[in-house]
Design a protein around this ligand. Sequence first.
Ligand SMILES: Cc1ncc(COP(=O)(O)O)c(C=O)c1O
Length: 467
Amino acid sequence: MENAQHSTESAINTQLHKMASSWIQGELGVQVHHTEMKAKVEALVGHKGQGSEGLKRAAEFYAQHAIKTSHPMFMNQLWAGYSESGVLAESLGAALNTSMYTYEVAPVATLVELQVVELLGRLAGFPQAQGTFVPGASYGNMMGLLCARQKLKPEIKNQGLQDRLQVFVSKDSHYSFLKAANIMGIGESNVVKVDTDPRGRMCPKALNEAIAKSKKDGARPFVVGVTAGTTVRASFDPIDAIADICEQEDIWMHVDGALGGSLLFSEDKKKDYLKGIHRADSLIFNMHKMMGVPIHCSAFLCSRPSHLGKTTGLSASETSYLFHDDHAPDLGMFSLQCGRKADVLKFWLQWVELGLEGFQNLVDQIFSRAQFAENFIQNHEKLEMIGGPRESVTVCFQYKHYRDHRDDELNRSIRDTLMNQGDLAINYGTVHERLSLRIVPFNPDLKEEHLTDLLEKIVECGDRLTS
Ligand SMILES: Cc1ncc(COP(=O)(O)O)c(C=O)c1O
């Protein structure tokens, strides 16, 4: 299928967007085995430079073989689509080569980041928010754990770990919490996976029990990682109920809103899914998922000002080569990075282009597309929702044939066959111990006819493989 890019096509008139639109045109892209691709990639470079001709060849090679993630049939990951303002922002940032540590070298970007942090804090109900952009939610989850540790045991920053600290997350939480525990010396075994209900949401009762057990075992519970939008089912942990427990136990509450943080832009959805978010101590939010901004664009926020600076700050003697003006809004002190890209520009230019109203539309349209796909599946005799009705923005389903465990194998074959042919790109995960194909309808250019086409292709392929 031709790439039907894109809603703001009329605006693609500058040289930059002419070039970018030529890269994203065409087919979705077929899967080439890595051994074959490796030889092609290696052949492009050598001891001798190839100048601008070589540059052109390599760029064309890259565009030709890249998977076109703006193609409507790309629903493999929790992001998709082409953002004209995002491409402009990336180019601006690269051309001007901005780094975010001091106001002196990043005057506009610094103020833009402060403005966006203030906006996100306001939406989340954190009137005194302090925040920083980070390269992704994995990093942001680690920041949440670090801030929690800083509050509980500030001496660890200097002296290292002495107690057995424990992190509580749901069974369906993202693996980045394990990585953070590894990096921080907490140990993966001290990430306690709390039971979920049948809808994939953390059970407050199970959390209470897990915390009590941890204390009885002599460990120190120090943070609960609440998932607002799990990776496969997009389930939302009950924030308010978990906040009650955290308050009672004096435990930091970090919200992993990598996926669901975008619901802050839709008042209705915020009420339904993020109730209690204002009670969080920290929040990570990926604008590069539902908002269609290019990767990475992630903001980490603390709801109160002092925690972030205390966690990331260093003494003036260590940093005096860089920070010269105590009164300047130098953001470097609030980040674990030194040099840092101006990722905020991508969100900010999109804000200029669409306004807050446009962000709300993006979110609401994703829900409508997900609803359309769910209805289609429920009304089709050969398709079945997995794990019950849709939780929010992703749709988990199977082609059904055998009605037993062999359907898992069949569905994997259907997806691999269609991916290898370059027909579509979707992914799968496990829900209630069954393989579940997952639709992620985030591309702003995705239409109902694309979803119909995708689901019909899956049925045709399933019929073919079982005939
Ligand atoms: C719930 C959740 N948290 C964290 C992450 C990690 O985000 P990132 O890829 O930005 O590190 C993901 C990735 O999909 C996710 O779904």
